[in-house]
Write a protein that binds this ligand. Structure first.
Ligand code: PMP
Length: 362
């Protein structure tokens, strides 16, 4: 065949399959498939976004100084070691571009975020899946999978799509037992929802290790998914490397401004946190009482299983979609008996349970 020839690993690369947003026959479906915020963005973030309109002709601040300062202030960080990206997705890929290439291996845990193998393979490295245990990452299994070729490990804590987390003790055991030339990418996209004493958002690791990159996002609790704003924190050597690999104007001014405002709106943060906790408890109880198996979640979504073959996840998915409710159905990843439900508004949550009841009783 003529024409430009891509790298063989690009030819084989799969594309990320996003949570669906359309349901045939429903003009305005309820999208509970992508772990977006149930309560939208903070009003302060929306104002800040609108106020940027007259500046759209200008390139954004290439070093996003105000955003870095706001993050540093809020989390007590060193501003120069913060790296921002077009969503945390971009940061995951930047880490792969900087630290991996053909001949290298990178590890990711089964039933975790499906961008990891895509990001790894996009630079020609081998993506090695490590089994989990009870839908949770297992540090011993990760350590066993490390070889001389391993250059990077991805871990999501809490994890998507399972909603589970591992303890600070386990995380420390992981980083303390890998060579310092392996980068641990600690993806804490759902950290804002956590109040468990034995959880670490990973920032403390950055102070003590030279081989860690913690990533966070404004897409979940802050409800700014459309703006594609992620941030990460790393030791100086890693932060400088990642900064070199990103594009010069990768964060639009509107996203920088909305991010700064969102960080200040602590009242809104608290509202989202308590809404999520309250409805997570309610939904988990309701799903269990319908006879579905709920994987205990600490996040803004719940993964649950259909064990009755006559009432499968695939048919539940079809039933709900027809009625305008879109959950996340996994036809692959060994999760085809599951649906993942993003916690919605009070009305949406009640309606989903009502529909599931109808489906199961039908
Ligand atoms: N990490 C995890 C674990 C996620 O669930 C997601 C979003 N689904 C991301 C990273 C990417 O988020 P974003 O690019 O919107 O920041």
């Amino acid at each position: 065949m003529s024409g430009p020839k891509t790298h063989p690993w690009i030819e084989k690369l799969g594309v990320y399959s996003a949570g669906k947003s359309k349901a045939a026959g429903t003009a305005k479906p309820v999208k509970l498939s992508a772990n977006e915020s149930a309560l939208g963005p903070s009003p302060l973030a929306m104002d800040a976004y609108r106020n940027e309109a007259p500046n759209l002709f200008r390139y954004p601040d290439p070093v996003y100084a105000d955003l870095r300062a706001a993050l540093a202030d809020k989390y007590d960080l060193e501003a120069s070691r913060i790296v921002c990206g077009v969503g945390s997705d971009e940061l995951l890929k930047t880490a792969c571009r900087a630290y991996l290439g053909p001949g290298d291996e990178a590890l990711f845990v089964a039933h975790s975020f499906s961008m990891y193998p895509i990001a790894i393979k996009s630079v020609g490295a081998a993506a090695i899946e490590v089994p989990d245990v009870d839908y949770k990452a297992d540090v011993d299994k990760i350590l066993t999978a490390v070889t001389e070729r391993t250059k990077l490990i991805f871990i999501a804590n809490p994890n998507n799509p399972t909603g589970t987390y591992i303890s600070r003790r386990d995380v420390k055991r992981l980083i303390e037992n890998i060579s310092s030339n392996i980068l641990l990418v600690y993806d804490a996209a759902y950290a804002e929802f956590m109040d468990q004493d034995d959880y670490t958002d990973g920032i403390e690791l950055v102070e003590h290790h030279e081989n860690v990159f913690v990533t966070r996002t404004f897409s979940k609790l802050y409800g700014l998914a459309a703006l594609r704003l992620g941030w990460g924190y790393a030791p100086k050597n890693v932060a400088e490397t990642l900064d070199k690999c990103r594009d010069p104007f990768n964060v639009p001014s509107s996203a920088q401004a909305a991010g700064v405002a969102a960080l200040k709106d602590t009242e809104f943060e608290q509202k989202v946190i308590s809404h999520t906790a309250q409805w997570r408890d309610w939904l988990s109880t309701e799903l269990s009482s319908l006879g579905l198996t709920v994987i205990p979640s600490v996040t803004n979504f719940i993964l649950f299983r259909f064990d009755d073959e006559n009432k499968s996840a695939a048919s539940a998915n079809e039933f709900l979609t027809k009625r305008g409710y879109i959950l996340r159905y996994y036809s692959g990843q060994g999760l085809d008996k599951f649906l993942r439900l993003t916690i919605g508004t009070a009305d949406e949550n009640e309606e989903v349970i009502k529909l599931l009841k109808e489906f199961l009783e039908d």
